[in-house]
Design a protein around this ligand. Structure first.
Ligand code: FAD
Length: 318
C-alpha cells in the first residue's frame, strides 16, 4: 500500500476531519463522483438516471465502522426502507450488504437475524424489476459465515448472491460448491490484507486465479445449473479475458454481468454498455459518505487538489 493510500485511510478514520468534510460543499462535490446521494430518495434518482443510460445498480448504504447495536439497527432500518422504496419500482437493483454492517460485528446470531430480516423484505417486494440481496465479502474471519448465510437465504427462497474473493486459496472449492447449487456469484479479486497461508498476495497470482475461477463460473456445467456470474472488476485484462471466454462459448450477454464502482473507470463502463454488455454499478449512498469517498480518492492522487481546496475553504474559516 502506498504512502498516499495510507494517508487517505488515516483521513477516512479521523472523526474531526470526517465531520468537517461532510459539511463542506467542495468535499460534497468530490463525493458526488463516487456516491449516489445522501439518502434513499436521491439514490433512487441516481439509479433511474443510470438506468436511462443503460446501467443497472447495486445499492450500498454507507454506515461504516459501526459497532453499537443502535447504529446497526439504524443500518438495517435504512436498508429495509430502501428496499420498500425500490421494491415498488421496475428497477433491477441489487442491495449490497456487508455482514458486519448488519450485525455480525456484534455476534453471529445478530448478523443472521438482521440479514434474514432484510432478505425477507426483498423477497416480498411486488415490483416488476429483479431485486436481489448481494452479500459483500469481508475479511477471512467472516468468509465461512457469509457463505453459510448465503445458503440460509437460499433455503428460505430469498433471492440472494454471494461475493467470492479470487485471492483466497479456498475460493475454488467454494465456487465449485456454489456452481453445484446454481448460485449467483460476484467474483472479485479481494480487498483485505490476508495472510500468505490463506491467500495469494501477488497481483499476477491473484489475476491468474481470477481467470481460473471465471472459467469455472462460465463453464457449460455452471450454465446448465443456472449459475449467474457477476464479474466485479475494473481490470481491463480480466474484462478482455471474460469477453473472449463468453464469445468463444457463444454465451448470451444477458446470462452474466460486469460490476464496477460508480465513478471508477467511467469510460470503460460506458464502452461495455455500448458493446451490449450488462454493466451494474455499485452505488453507495448515505450521510456517512466521507470515509468511502476518501478511500476512492486514495486510488487517485490527482484528487489531492480537491481535498486541499476543501480543507482551505472549510466552514467557519476566517
Ligand atoms: C462491484 C465490486 C464489488 C466489490 N466487492 C468486494 C467485496 O465484497 N469484498 C472484497 O474483498 N472486495 C470487493 N471489491 C474490491 C475488489 O476485491 C478489488 O479490491 C478491486 O475491485 C480492485 O481490483 P480490480 O479487479 O478492479 O483490479 P485492479 O487491477 O486492482 O484495478 C484496475 C484499475 O481500476 C481502478 N480501481 C480499482 N479499484 C478501485 C477503487 N476501489 N477505487 C478507485 N479506482 C479503482 C484503478 O485505476 C486500477 O488501476 C469489489 C469490487 C467491485 C468492483
Amino acid at each position: 500500500m502506498s504512502l498516499w493510500q495510507r494517508m487517505m485511510i488515516g483521513f477516512a478514520r479521523n472523526q474531526p476531519v470526517r465531520h468537517l468534510m461532510q459539511r463542506n460543499p467542495l468535499a460534497a462535490g468530490l463525493a458526488a463522483q463516487f456516491v449516489g446521494g445522501t439518502d434513499v430518495n436521491s439514490a433512487q434518482v441516481t439509479v433511474e438516471n443510470l438506468n436511462n443510460r443503460g446501467f443497472k445498480a447495486s445499492l450500498y448504504y454507507l454506515g461504516e465502522y459501526v459497532d453499537s447495536p443502535e447504529l446497526i439497527e439504524e443500518n438495517v432500518k435504512q436498508i429495509i426502507a430502501a428496499v420498500h422504496m425500490l421494491g415498488r419500482t421496475s428497477l433491477d437493483v441489487h442491495m449490497s450488504v456487508d455482514p458486519t454492517q448488519a450485525g455480525y460485528s456484534l455476534g453471529d446470531a445478530a448478523g443472521e437475524q438482521n440479514i434474514l430480516r432484510i432478505g425477507r423484505v426483498i423477497a416480498e417486494q411486488p415490483g416488476q424489476g429483479k431485486k436481489l440481496l448481494m452479500l459483500d465479502m469481508e475479511d477471512y474471519s467472516y468468509t465461512q459465515k457469509t457463505i453459510d448465510m448465503y445458503y440460509r437465504l437460499v433455503r428460505e427462497n430469498i433471492p440472494a448472491a454471494t461475493t467470492i474473493q479470487a485471492y483466497l486459496y479456498r475460493s475454488k472449492k467454494d465456487i465449485k460448491q456454489l456452481i453445484e447449487n446454481g448460485a449467483a456469484v460476484r467474483l472479485v479479486k479481494g480487498a483485505f490484507a490476508e495472510q500468505e497461508e490463506r491467500a495469494w498476495t501477488s497481483k499476477s497470482e491473484i489475476s491468474r486465479n481470477y481467470i481460473r475461477l471465471a472459467q469455472l463460473l462460465l463453464s457449460p456445467e455452471a450454465r446448465a445449473r443456472g449459475v449467474y456470474p457477476v464479474f466485479g472488476t475494473h481490470d481491463v485484462n480480466m474484462i478482455k479475458a471474460i469477453k473472449q471466454m463468453t464469445r468463444e462459448s457463444t454465451r448470451d450477454v444477458d446470462t452474466f454481468e460486469f460490476e464496477m464502482l460508480y465513478g471508477v473507470r467511467s469510460a470503460l463502463q460506458q464502452q461495455l454498455v455500448a458493446e451490449g454488455y450488462q454493466v451494474r454499478l455499485y452505488l453507495p449512498y448515505g450521510t456517512e459518505w466521507w470515509p468511502y469517498t476518501i478511500r476512492r480518492v486514495g486510488e487517485s492522487p490527482a484528487a489531492l487538489r480537491f481535498i486541499l481546496q476543501a480543507l482551505w475553504n472549510r466552514p467557519g474559516k476566517t
